[in-house]
Design a protein around this ligand. Structure first.
Ligand code: DGP
Length: 183
């Protein structure tokens, strides 16, 4: 009985995270639409929980390959092997629109040379200059996109932050009211 209750609580907690994610990605989804069936049908509960876990599982899978040195999709974007919608570029950084935008403005900024920066958590003192350049590029992008009066810069570092591409990148988000805390 106690174990069953604990399992149910865990499922509801997982599901709640799913709902937050779903709402942020598809603003037409409403919390109550999901929550009621989830409380009454444990089968659906499992299905919904799977949505969140996919994101987390994908992030963990990406993390397991993070230090292999293998090129990422961003290397192909830098080399223009695959197309992207470039917003800003200089000799050190590239800024392009995210393929899966979470706001009216959602731009990724990456260093052209990864130099060990698979994630922010791998930064060393020698990376100070490029880290500053990336942040300054975020301000330039915000200006170019007309959101400099209010924007958010996000760096997901590591699997528990759901980082999915292991080439350091800043997300520049804006064009809508941001909420806090983030999911
Ligand atoms: P993160 O989860 O913090 O590692 O963010 C990675 C972002 O990269 C994610 O928001 C989607 C974006 N992304 C992945 N593949 C591509 C791509 O091929 N093109 C573009 N423009 N963005 C991509």
């Amino acid at each position: 009985m106690a174990a069953g209750t604990s399992f149910l609580r865990q499922c509801i907690a997982t599901t709640t995270r799913t709902l937050v994610t779903a709402k942020s990605k598809h603003s037409s989804y409403h919390f109550s639409t999901f929550l009621l069936p989830l409380r009454t049908h444990s089968r659906r509960l499992t299905i919904r929980a799977g949505i969140t876990n996919n994101e987390e599982v994908a992030a963990k899978a990406a993390a397991s390959d993070a230090d292999s040195g293998a090129p990422t999709i961003f290397d192909k974007i830098i080399s223009k092997e695959i197309p992207s919608n470039i917003v800003y570029e200089d000799d050190k950084v590239l800024a392009f629109r995210d393929i899966n935008p979470q706001a009216p403005v959602h731009v990724l900024i990456i260093p052209k040379l990864r130099d060990g920066l698979t994630e922010l958590g791998k930064a060393e003192a020698r990376h100070g200059e490029i880290l500053g350049q990336l942040l300054y590029a975020a301000k330039i992008v915000a200006e170019k996109e007309g959101i400099v009066e209010g924007f958010r810069v996000v760096i997901n570092s590591g699997a528990s932050a759901c980082q999915s591409v292991y080439h350091l990148h800043l997300h520049v988000l804006g064009g809508r009211q941001m909420k806090w805390p983030p999911g």
